[in-house]
Design a protein around this ligand. Structure first.
Ligand SMILES: [Zn+2]
Length: 304
């Protein structure tokens, strides 16, 4: 099997096309599965505030299969599985329901992986639920998780717009793609009037990333943001400004934006031992509560 061989673009923002880029720092090459091209850096776009790596690798579908492999979805501890299967879909859907203006009960989970947590949550509540996952190796587990799911392998950008959805749910998808504007455009076209695109993506402007980047400026190890060449292969970091720009450009309205619920505090409590873990958990909780944790969620609505 050949190794991944991406093509690269450089010098322009992949979202808004601006060439006004502000360097945050050199890309930290630690843990890279293949060597980054020389001069790789993390930049912030002065036009829309998207954070991305420059040069930007464009992976093929074959590259994705090699990079993500069969172990991309490692087994989760049972307490964390419970959070992701029960608590989070219920919380996120409660947020979505406040902003939904479509009466349809149709959901498409984009890049559903092996779990399809939101699609399953809504299938169990009478919704017509579709789980889109281009890696067909994951389909058996998706179907086995809930026989009510309609599982499709068509790439997201190739889905026909004659079928529309009240809710598009994309967790850990939009930060992986080198052509994000195509994804926002397709989301608009697949949404029913009044429907919502609900995005979950990392917050690259977390306090921990900021502190480690500041430290690395001194030690010369580069910016601690994004991870284009190691797990989990994040190319882009969204901000409120970037999502507002994308929304305006494709005809959606940004109706919800939050940087909360990263659950790092719960990982500290479950993962560590000794009394120090309570202090670390409290610190993690405080950072998350202050909106400088690791998670970002947003809802973009198609006007009626
Ligand atoms: Zn931009």
């Amino acid at each position: 099997m050949r190794g991944p061989m991406p093509t690269y673009t450089s010098g322009v923002c992949p979202l808004c096309g601006s060439a006004r880029l502000r360097a945050i720092g050199a890309l930290d090459p630690a843990g890279a599965r293949l060597p980054p091209p020389p001069g790789s850096r993390v930049v912030s776009c002065a036009g829309c505030s998207l954070v991305f790596v420059d040069p930007l690798p464009h992976w093929s579908d074959g590259d994705f299969a090699v990079l993500y492999g069969d172990d991309y979805f490692a087994a989760m501890p049972s307490w964390w599985h419970e959070v992701r299967e029960q608590r989070e879909p219920a919380r996120r859907f409660a947020v979505a329901a406040r902003h939904l203006r479509s009466g349809e009960r149709t959901v498409l989970e984009v890049g559903a992986g092996v779990y399809g947590f939101m699609a399953r949550h809504l299938a169990a509540r009478g919704w017509s639920a579709t789980a889109q996952e281009p890696a067909t190796a994951f389909h058996a587990r998706l179907r086995g998780a809930d026989a009510r799911l309609r599982v499709v392998g068509t790439p997201f950008l190739d889905l026909p717009a004659d079928e529309r959805y009240a809710l598009l749910f994309a967790d850990s998808v939009f930060e992986h793609v080198a052509n994000p504007l195509d994804y926002f455009r397709q989301a608009h076209d697949l949404l029913a009037p009044g429907g919502l695109l609900y995005l979950v993506s990392p917050n690259e402007h977390s306090l921990v990333n900021w502190l480690l980047t500041a430290r690395n400026r001194v030690t010369g190890r580069g910016a601690r943001m994004l991870c284009p060449y190691r797990e989990s292969f994040h190319l882009l970091g969204y901000t409120r400004g970037a999502l507002e720009w994308a929304s305006r450009r494709v005809g959606l309205d940004l109706v919800y934006f939050a940087r909360r619920h990263d659950y790092r505090w719960l990982h500290e409590l479950h993962g560590g031992s000794g009394r120090l873990r309570y202090g670390r958990a409290a610190l993690r909780w405080a950072m998350d509560a202050a909106g400088v944790g690791f998670n970002l969620e947003a809802a973009l609505r198609r006007p009626r």
